[in-house]
Design a protein around this ligand. Structure first.
Ligand code: C5P
Length: 418
């Protein structure tokens, strides 16, 4: 299941505005996101509070909202979606769009966007049939705007005829078609990719654990980038603080041993690639206490004996049966990045290592940017520093290229023991 997409929903001022609540709920149920924008008139029909509660995002209402401007300018807002849906598209909004007026947030976004626009008109029959509306409709269609509805039926105003807004499901189907046309063919459609991400927690007793500072941000970005290219992503994550990726199958685990079991279960269905981005704890306690450990008053702390965890990447890379054709590992290094990561690739038996410099001077850890080097059997390639989601998109494109080549990615030569 790939991520269905981001909708910027402009709610116009009409009785049909209430249908937008259902539209938002249904799109989010499918794993999509909705950024809501309301006109002043829309607020007479539904409250911004209901809209933002269902969307899970604040409603954008004001052209001159300095807080929103500081976070995301209206130009950016207008372009950050896969499609802009205007529902209900009132006679007034259609008129503004057709004539290029931009005197409030909704109309400004519609002028500033480079995303495709879908409108769901809704108005009184006479207004819909009015030559001015029909002229505006023709102009909008000529400008490339997609139109869904209106349907014919009894109207809230007591008249009968065309003017009823299309039903939410119909609007969402139209939005899906617009998004699919924009995305074009997706290179990872039909490919299954298993990933690990986040830290692991290794229990000491029922309330304490050993952990690390991995947030899961890079893994989440990569999962979404792979899903955006059409992959069916099976995402096994430890207890990461970062949000979970959208549009993928998520399996939550705690410890390294749980993670290995979940990966092995996930690979019972063959995968085309496996990407191990998790920061797995190298050690766990040799035996976790069954009840909370207590101070015994002697002043002597209890000994903490550690045992080595299974190496998930190495276990899967060295499998004879059911090894995905492309296995990618990550390596966080503080010095001699390329030499260490090259040795790691051979030791683990994976095809690629994505190495990054996590020395304090690099600022990568906990930061929003990453600079990686991709190490394969053919050598190494360093990518310039970029935001983590841009690195994710580039890596996803590289994985797509490897999986769609005529011959599958070469299997790494087995290296020495780890
Ligand atoms: O040996 P190191 O921890 O540096 O290796 C990092 C790579 O190995 C990452 O891809 C990580 O997900 C994977 N790994 C693993 N299981 C472990 C340790 C590391 O899958 N127990």
């Amino acid at each position: 299941m790939a991520e269905p997409g981001r909708i910027l929903l402009i709610i116009g001022g009409g009785v049909a505005a209430y249908k937008c609540l259902d539209l938002i709920r249904r799109w989010r149920e499918r794993g999509g996101t909705v950024t809501p924008v309301m006109t002043r008139a829309a607020e007479e029909f539904v409250t911004p509070l209901s809209v933002s509660a269902l969307a899970g995002e604040a409603v954008h209402r004001d052209l001159f909202d300095l807080t929103a401007e500081a976070e995301m300018g209206h130009i950016q807002l207008s372009r950050a979606s896969d499609v802009i849906v205007v529902a209900p598209a009132t006679a007034d909004l259609m008129g503004k769009m057709a004539h290029g007026l931009a005197n409030d947030l909704a109309s400004t976004l519609l002028m500033a966007t480079d995303a495709p626009v879908l409108i769901a008109p809704a108005m009184n029959v006479r207004m819909w049939e009015h030559p001015a509306t029909q002229r505006n409709l023709a102009t909008l269609q000529a400008d490339g705007v997609t139109v869904v509805g209106p349907g014919t039926g009894a109207m809230a105003c007591g008249e009968y005829g065309p003017g009823r807004m299309a039903e939410p499901l119909e609007i969402l189907e139209a939005a899906e078609a617009v998004i699919a046309a924009r995305r074009g063919p997706r290179p990872l459609s039909g490919k299954r990719i298993l990933m690990t991400s986040g830290p692991t927690h290794e229990p000491i007793d029922p309330v304490r654990y050993i952990a690390n500072r991995s947030s899961g941000a890079q893994g989440t970005a990569l999962a979404e980038a792979l899903a955006a290219l059409g992959a069916d992503v099976h995402f096994v994550t430890g207890p990461a603080t970062h949000r979970r990726p959208k549009g993928v199958t998520v399996v939550e685990v705690e410890s390294a041993r749980d993670m290995l079991a979940a990966v092995e279960a996930g690979l019972e269905t063959p995968a085309d690639a496996a990407v191990f981005a998790a920061a797995v704890a190298d050690w766990r306690t040799a035996s976790a206490a069954g009840s909370k450990m207590k101070k015994d008053g002697s002043g002597q702390p209890p000994p903490l004996t550690l045992a080595e965890n299974p190496d998930i990447l190495r276990t899967i890379s060295r499998r004879d049966a059911g090894r995905p054709p492309l296995v990618v590992g990550f390596a966080a290094e503080t010095d001699d990045v390329i030499a260490h990561a090259t040795a790691k690739r051979l030791r683990k038996g994976c095809d690629w290592i994505v190495a990054n410099d996590v020395s304090p001077a690099s600022g990568v850890m906990g930061g929003t940017e990453n600079a990686v080097t991709i190490i394969t059997a053919d050598g190494s390639e360093s990518w310039e520093r970029a935001p983590k989601d841009a690195v994710a998109r580039r890596l996803a494109a590289r994985i797509a290229a490897a999986l769609t080549e005529d011959s599958p990615a070469p299997r790494a030569a087995a290296g020495g023991a780890s």
